[in-house]
Write a new protein. Structure first.
Length: 349
C-alpha cells in the first residue's frame, strides 16, 4: 500500500545517514548503529511501515527522553538458558538484536535459550532480526507486545485491551530460510496511521468502529475503534488466542506489563533460539524443512496465482534487488527526516 519514490538510495549511504542521525541525537555508538541497521533492514525487505518510516518518531522519542540513550539492561534473572532483562526503555533494535545474539551463544551450550525483556522501547520489524540466528543454522522465534497500547479488542468485544502482538519465526532450510512475520490482528497501527495521513481507506473491512461494526476507515482508531483480530468476524477467536499467548509469553515471562499501568512507548519482547543439533540433529532438521519447502513451492497453484511462495521469499528477493539497485523509500520518509537532520546538523543523503 502507498507510493514509493522514484529516487533510489545506496543502502550504505542510507545506513550511514541514519546512524549519523541517531548518534547526533545522543545514542551511544553501538546503539545508533543497531537502530540504523535494523530499520534499514526492514526497508530492504519491503516492510516499509516499520523501517526508516519510524526514524522520525524514534528521534523525537530520544529528544523527549522517552528512549534511553545509554547503558545496559538490568539482568533480573539468569539461569543459563533462561534469562530476564529489564530493558530500561533502551532502543528496541539494540536490545532485540543483542538478545538474539546472546540466545544463540547460550543455545550453543544449552541447546536452547529464552530471553524475556521488559520495558524495551519500540522494536520495529521482527523479521529484521531473524537471520542473526538462521545464518548460524539456528531456529528462532521472537514475540512482542506493547503494555501501554490497546488497539485490539478480545473476540466478541469492542473495546481495545491489547496490541497487534506480532510473532516472527526464522526456520533454516538447505536454501534460504523461511522467515515468518505475522501479527494477531489483521493490520497494524502504523499502517492505519499511514492511510490516515494519505487520506485513504483499507481495501477491506479490517477494523471495527467504536460500536463494534466492521469498517474500512483507519480513522475509527482515533475514535475508540479497534483493529480486527486475525480471522475477522468469522474466525477471530484464532487471532484472539494468538494474542493471549503473546501477552503471557512477553509480559508474563518478563514480569512487567499492562497491570502495572506503564505509560509512553514501551515493548515487552521474548526471544527463543533452538540449536537443531541439540535435538534430532542439524542434518535431520534440514532434511525435514527442505522437503517441506520443496513441497510448498512445487504445489499446484490455484487460479490467478503464478506459483506458491514461502514466507520471507519476497522479502529476501527485495533485499537482493535493493542491495544491487538501491532502495526506493516510501515517498514521505525523507521529508519526515529533513527537520531532524537540520536540527541535528546531519547532511541529507
Amino acid at each position: 500500500m502507498g507510493e514509493t519514490s522514484d529516487i533510489r538510495y545506496a543502502p550504505d549511504r542510507l545506513r550511514q545517514f541514519a546512524r549519523a542521525l541517531f548518534a547526533a541525537a545522543g545514542l551511544e555508538e553501538e546503539k545508533a548503529a543497531a537502530v540504523a541497521h535494523y530499520l534499514l533492514e526492514a526497508d530492504l525487505m519491503g516492510h516499509t511501515t516499520h523501517g526508516l518510516a519510524l526514524a522520525g518518531w524514534y528521534l523525537q522519542s530520544i529528544a523527549d527522553g522517552v528512549m534511553k540513550r545509554e547503558g545496559l539492561p538490568e539482568v533480573v534473572s539468569d539461569r543459563g538458558p533462561a534469562i530476564a532483562w529489564q530493558g530500561q526503555r533502551l532502543p528496541g533494535a539494540w536490545l532485540t538484536s543483542e538478545a538474539v545474539k546472546l540466545a544463540c551463544e547460550r543455545a550453543a551450550t544449552y541447546g536452547t535459550a529464552t530471553i524475556a525483556i521488559a520495558d524495551s522501547h519500540h522494536i520495529g520489524c521482527l523479521a529484521a532480526y531473524l537471520t542473526i540466528a538462521t545464518d548460524r543454522g539456528y531456529m528462532v522465534s521472537i514475540a512482542s507486545s506493547s503494555p501501554s497500547g490497546a488497539q485490539v479488542a478480545p473476540f466478541g468485544g469492542r473495546k481495545g485491551i491489547y496490541t497487534p502482538n506480532p510473532v516472527a519465526h526464522g526456520i533454516p532450510t538447505p536454501g534460504d530460510p523461511i522467515l515468518i512475520d505475522i501479527s494477531a490482528s489483521i493490520t497494524t497501527v502504523n499502517m492505519a496511521q499511514r492511510l490516515v495521513r494519505e487520506g485513504r481507506q483499507y481495501d477491506h473491512e479490517w477494523l471495527m468502529d467504536e460500536n463494534g461494526e466492521p469498517s474500512r476507515d483507519p480513522r475509527v482508531i482515533e475514535r475508540g475503534g479497534t483493529l480486527m483480530p486475525v480471522g475477522g468476524l468469522d474466525h477471530g477467536q484464532k487471532g484472539y488466542g494468538m494474542a493471549l499467548h503473546v501477552e503471557a509469553f512477553t509480559q508474563g515471562l518478563s514480569g512487567l506489563g499492562r497491570v502495572d499501568g506503564l505509560k509512553g512507548t514501551n515493548a515487552a519482547v521474548t526471544v527463543q533460539v533452538f540449536d537443531p543439533d541439540a535435538f534430532g540433529g542439524r542434518h535431520a532438521f534440514l532434511r525435514q524443512t527442505g522437503w517441506l519447502a520443496d513441497e510448498c513451492r512445487s504445489n499446484p497453484p490455484r487460479p490467478g496465482v503464478a506459483r506458491v511462495r514461502l514466507p520471507g521469499e519476497n522479502g529476501l528477493a527485495r533485499k537482493r534487488s535493493a542491495l544491487a539497485d538501491g532502495v526506493a523509500l516510501h515517498s514521505n520518509i525523507m521529508a519526515s527526516l529533513a527537520s531532524h537532520a537540520e536540527r541535528l546538523g546531519v547532511a541529507m543523503p
